[in-house]
Design a protein around this ligand. Structure first.
Ligand code: PGA
Length: 259
């Protein structure tokens, strides 16, 4: 059985101080729980070090929202995997649609970043997802396959099986408009089938696929119950203590019922 993973993408929100308060609240909520769910928070770069300190020996891991794929050099404004290693970050979100849309990230770049993340023992969460126009034109599946072709080029099976892929339809991000559980499942299932084609059944079985896009306390359980959805990448609701902890507990509930 695949372990559910709930990750909070804070985007460009908050300060070191407000992020610390949030993490302390998560820590205190989770302190008396036996969890069989991976929980990750992804604050902005400036708050990563504090987040790592606050989550030491707690049930929360820390991820970055992006990274460069070079180790060091003349790349003004970028942060390298070595720098993330130094801070103690263990996850990184790669290819988020906002990075693709506003900063021109292409599949080839996402591919380099995945290789670099694995090389430096940082767990990548790789985002894919279609625009509203593609969704309406019924191009979702073919577009996502093309994103996977690009992102996974020359990634060996051992690494592919460790991947976390986040399916995030762009039209559902921050809009309050969520894909229905059925719609999300259909795409996540097709992602798993495509991984089977690209690699094999073993890799497809192991790869974890999250859904992201307006996941909230009140829709999490339904979405996470789908057989091919192994967690959520949560934006807005990850900044709210009640919402984020409810989403974690929805995943936990499922892990108990499934075991
Ligand atoms: P949202 O963002 O939950 O606010 O829609 C999700 C994401 O961008 O990862």
């Amino acid at each position: 059985m695949r372990k559910q993973i709930i990750a909070g993408n804070w985007k460009m929100n908050g300060t070191i101080a407000s992020g610390s308060i949030l993490i302390e609240a998560f820590n205190s909520f989770l302190s008396d729980k036996e969890l069989n769910v991976d929980v990750v928070v992804c604050p902005p770069f400036t708050a990563l070090e504090r987040a790592v300190c606050l989550t030491r020996d707690k049930h929360i891991e820390v991820g970055a929202q992006n990274m460069d794929y070079h180790d060091a050099g003349a790349y003004t404004g970028e942060v390298s995997p070595l720098m993330l290693n130094e801070v103690g970050v263990t996850y990184v979100i790669l290819g988020h649609s906002e990075r693709r849309e506003y900063y021109g990230e292409m599949d080839s770049m996402v591919n380099e970043k995945i290789k670099s993340a694995f090389h430096h023992n940082i767990q990548p969460i790789v985002c894919v997802g279609e625009s509203l126009a593609q969704w309406e034109a019924n191009e979702t599946i073919s577009f996502i396959h093309s994103q996977l072709d690009g992102a996974l080029k020359d990634i060996p099976a051992e690494q592919a099986s460790e991947l976390i892929i986040a399916y995030e339809p762009i039209w559902a991000i921050g809009t309050g408009r969520t894909a229905t559980a059925d719609q999300a499942e259909e795409v996540c299932k097709s992602i798993r089938q495509y991984i089977n084609e690209l690699y094999n059944g073993n890799v497809a079985d192991k790869v974890r696929i999250q859904y992201g896009g307006s996941v909230k306390a009140d829709n999490a359980l339904k979405i996470l119950s789908e057989p091919n959805i192994d967690g959520a990448l949560v934006g807005g609701a990850s900044l709210l203590v009640d919402d984020f902890t409810s989403i974690i507990m929805a995943a936990q509930e499922l892990s108990v019922t499934e075991s």
